[in-house]
Ligand binder design. Sequence first.
Ligand SMILES: Nc1ncnc2c1ncn2[C@@H]1O[C@H](COP(=O)(O)OP(=O)(O)OP(=O)(O)O)[C@@H](O)[C@H]1O
Ligand SMILES: [Mg+2]
Length: 314
Amino acid sequence: MKSLFDLKFVFVVGKGGVGKSSVSAALAVAAAARGKRVLVAMCNSKERLSYLLETPPIGSAIRNVLPNLDAVNMEPAAALEEYGMLILKVRALYKLVFENRFVSGFLHGTPGIDAWAMLGKAQYHAFEQDEDGHNRYDMVIVDAPATGHGLELLRVPRVIVDVAPPGLLRREAERAWQLFSDPTRAGVLLVTIPEDMPTSETLELYAAVRDELHLPVCGLVVNQMRKVLFKPAELPVLRRLRELLSAPSALRPLAIAGHARAEREAAQAACLTRLQAGIPGPHLHLPLTLIHDFRRSEVEVLAGALGDAVSGAS
Ligand SMILES: Nc1ncnc2c1ncn2[C@@H]1O[C@H](COP(=O)(O)OP(=O)(O)OP(=O)(O)O)[C@@H](O)[C@H]1O
Ligand SMILES: [Mg+2]
């Protein structure tokens, strides 16, 4: 099986707040450290990557943020214009095609055209070549919007293939769909945290990606994993200890904390069992870091853990 680092196009998707942007950043840093030229494409988001990587803000124009690592925050109108220009090359032609009232009427009437503008641009960069015919990027990472919108984004090229009349737009969407559905080149990277609701949502997301979209899933990242301190058999012991220490005493807070921790670990283990049963591997576990201001050094910790998890899984 191909390693995550060999893929050309990775969609990072998951429920809001589970760590998609942090995982995208960690994957990008880990891939760049392996000599891959990487583009992180954010989807019109409240851009946090520059904060995470401690670099200047990232806007709608591609900028280099670290060696081997470029980033862009795609904004639909700018992306559509830029993408239109990229494929048509000449501004006059762009104006003729994209500002033509039939074409622009069609574009505005097409569901998901904003999403396509971003996705089209992202996939364009996956194929982009320099003057010497070398690919500009080895890997494009799309930091997708949270679950529902992320699915909508993935659905778009399929819709365009189905509804657009033959022509440039449809050819581009077909090329994108071929890339996205090829497990040797592309994959959806699911991100979750080991808690009940996100686990349920991730199982549903996986089913939608597999059964409805028929897109390859290249892995599941379980982010914010707590270190396991207690064995399952110790949970009832800790529960009993807490009962025994019900009267105020110096040891009582310790018993409460120990029991709470063991409960959390048991809940985490139950989530991992559900994920294991529902989603085929590789499952990549990333640690919960306890630093309040999560920034570059923590991203590097996650990048290291991701690298280890990928090697361990292959
Ligand atoms: N492994 C981790 N350990 C500790 N904190 C983490 C970890 N991963 C992410 N976080 C924190 O969780 C929060 C959410 O992370 P992030 O912004 O990456 O999530 P997201 O899925 O991209 O969110 P959104 O859906 O809003 O785009 C951030 O404050 C981040 O610092
Ligand atoms: Mg995000």
